[in-house]
Design a protein around this ligand. Structure first.
Ligand SMILES: O=C(O)CCC(=O)C(=O)O
Ligand SMILES: [Fe+2]
Length: 353
C-alpha cells in the first residue's frame, strides 16, 4: 500500500486510542438450545430469546457459541483467504471489482471519505444477484452481478459457497430469535430473504500499518443490511464497538470459534429503533496482519424497508420513511468506491424529524 498517504489519515477525533478499553460486556450467547436437537425445552428457548433481546437493546452486538457452523468450513475459508491475499497485487488485480461488476477484489475503499487500510474480496451469495442498475429513484432498470472465479487457491468458489450456505442457515435462525424477541412470529422476516437475496460475503485483509496511530483499517460506520455475522481473526483483534452506555470505543477480544453478530440499519428501521445499529470500526496493527470475514445478510433489492406495523402505534409512530433497500444499498456501495464530495448515504437521511 505504499508510503504515508494523507488519504489514510483520520481527523484527530477519530484516531485510535492506543490503550483501548477491552470489552468484557459484549454478551456471549450459547445457541445450543436451537442447534442441539436434544434440547427442546421451551424454557431454554425462552431464556435464549430474552438474552438476545437484551443484547440487541443494550449493545446492538453479541457473540454466539455452539452456533452449528462446522469449524472445518470456517478453517477452509480462512485458509483460502490467506492464500488469495498472499498473491501479488498483479495477480489479485485480475479479479478487481469495477463499476460494472462490483464483486471481487478491491483495495481502495473509503469510509466517510477517508481511505481504509485494507484490501478485500466480495462474493455474492446468489450468482447472479439482481440489483438496481442505478441509485436514481426513477430508474427501474435492474442489472445482475456475478462472482469472479479466481484460479487460485484451488476450489475457491466451492469453499466460499460452502461457507455462505452455513452463514445463511445461521442468519435465518438468528432472525427467528430476533423476531421472537420483538414479540413477532418467528418467521416474520423470512419472506424478505428467501427469494432474490442480495447477501454477500467479504474477505478482509488488514496488512500491518506503519502509521497505525493515524489510520484505521475500517472507519466508523454502521452496517446497512439486516444482520452481520462476522468471523474475526482468532489472534489479532482490532474490532471496536461504540458502547451504547457511554459512547466509548471498546475492543472486542477475539474468542475462538465464535461469531460476532450485529444488527444493521434495516433491523433498526423494522424495529422502529427498539434495536439500534451500532457504530463500529477496525484498528490496525503496526506488526501483525489481520483477517476477518463478515457475512452481510440482505433482503431482495425490491424490499421496501419501513417500521413494522406491529411495532408502531399512535404513541410510537414510525420514525423512518419507507425506502427501497436496493437503491440504498447500491448508493452506499458506490460511496465506498471512491472519495465523494458529499456525505455518504446514511440511514439517518430517512429519519422522520
Ligand atoms: O473486520 C472487522 O472486524 C469488521 C468488518 C466490518 O465491520 C465490515 O466489513 O462492515
Ligand atoms: Fe461493519
Amino acid at each position: 500500500m505504499g508510503e504515508v498517504d494523507t488519504a489514510f489519515i483520520q481527523d484527530p477525533e477519530h484516531r485510535p486510542n492506543l490503550s483501548p478499553i477491552q470489552a468484557e460486556g459484549i454478551p456471549i450467547i450459547d445457541l445450543s438450545p436451537i442447534t442441539n436437537h436434544t434440547v427442546s425445552y421451551p424454557s431454554a428457548i425462552e431464556s435464549l430469546v430474552k438474552d438476545i433481546g437484551s443484547a440487541c437493546k443494550e449493545w446492538g452486538f453479541f457473540q454466539v457459541t455452539n452456533h452449528g457452523v462446522p469449524l472445518s468450513v470456517r478453517q477452509r475459508i480462512e485458509e483460502a483467504s490467506r492464500l488469495f491475499f498472499a498473491q501479488s497485487l498483479e495477480e489479485k488485480s485480475k479479479y478487481r471489482r469495477d463499476e460494472i461488476s462490483p464483486t471481487g477484489y478491491h483495495d481502495g475503499d473509503h469510509t466517510k471519505n477517508v481511505r481504509d487500510w485494507k484490501e478485500a474480496f466480495d462474493f455474492q451469495a446468489k450468482d447472479p444477484t439482481f440489483l438496481p442498475l442505478t441509485f436514481d429513484e426513477h430508474d427501474d432498470r435492474v442489472t445482475n452481478w456475478t462472482n469472479p472465479s479466481p484460479q487460485y487457491p484451488p476450489h475457491f468458489r466451492d469453499i466460499v459457497q460452502e461457507y455462505i450456505s452455513e452463514m445463511e442457515k445461521l442468519s435465518f435462525k438468528l432472525m427467528e430469535l430476533i423476531a421472537l424477541s420483538l414479540g413477532l412470529e418467528a418467521k416474520r422476516f423470512e419472506e424478505f430473504f428467501i427469494k432474490d437475496t442480495t447477501s454477500y460475503i467479504r474477505l478482509n485483509h488488514y496488512p500491518p500499518c506503519p502509521y497505525h496511530h493515524l489510520a484505521l483499517g475500517l472507519g466508523r460506520h454502521t452496517d446497512a443490511g439486516a444482520l452481520t455475522v462476522l468471523a474475526q481473526d482468532e489472534v489479532v483483534g482490532g474490532l471496536e464497538v461504540k458502547r451504547k452506555a457511554d459512547q466509548e470505543w471498546v475492543r472486542v477480544k477475539p474468542t475462538p470459534n465464535t461469531y460476532i453478530i450485529n444488527v444493521g440499519d434495516i433491523i433498526q428501521v423494522w424495529s422502529n429503533e427498539a434495536y439500534e445499529s451500532v457504530e463500529h470500526r477496525v484498528i490496525v496493527n503496526s506488526e501483525k496482519e489481520r483477517f476477518s470475514i463478515p457475512f452481510f445478510f440482505h433482503p431482495a433489492h425490491y424490499t421496501v424497508v419501513k417500521p413494522l406495523e406491529e411495532l408502531t402505534n399512535e404513541k410510537n409512530p414510525p420514525k423512518y420513511r419507507p425506502y427501497k433497500w436496493g437503491k440504498f444499498n447500491i448508493r452506499r456501495r458506490a460511496g465506498n468506491f471512491q472519495k465523494l464530495n458529499v456525505e455518504n448515504i446514511q440511514i439517518s437521511h430517512y429519519k422522520i424529524a
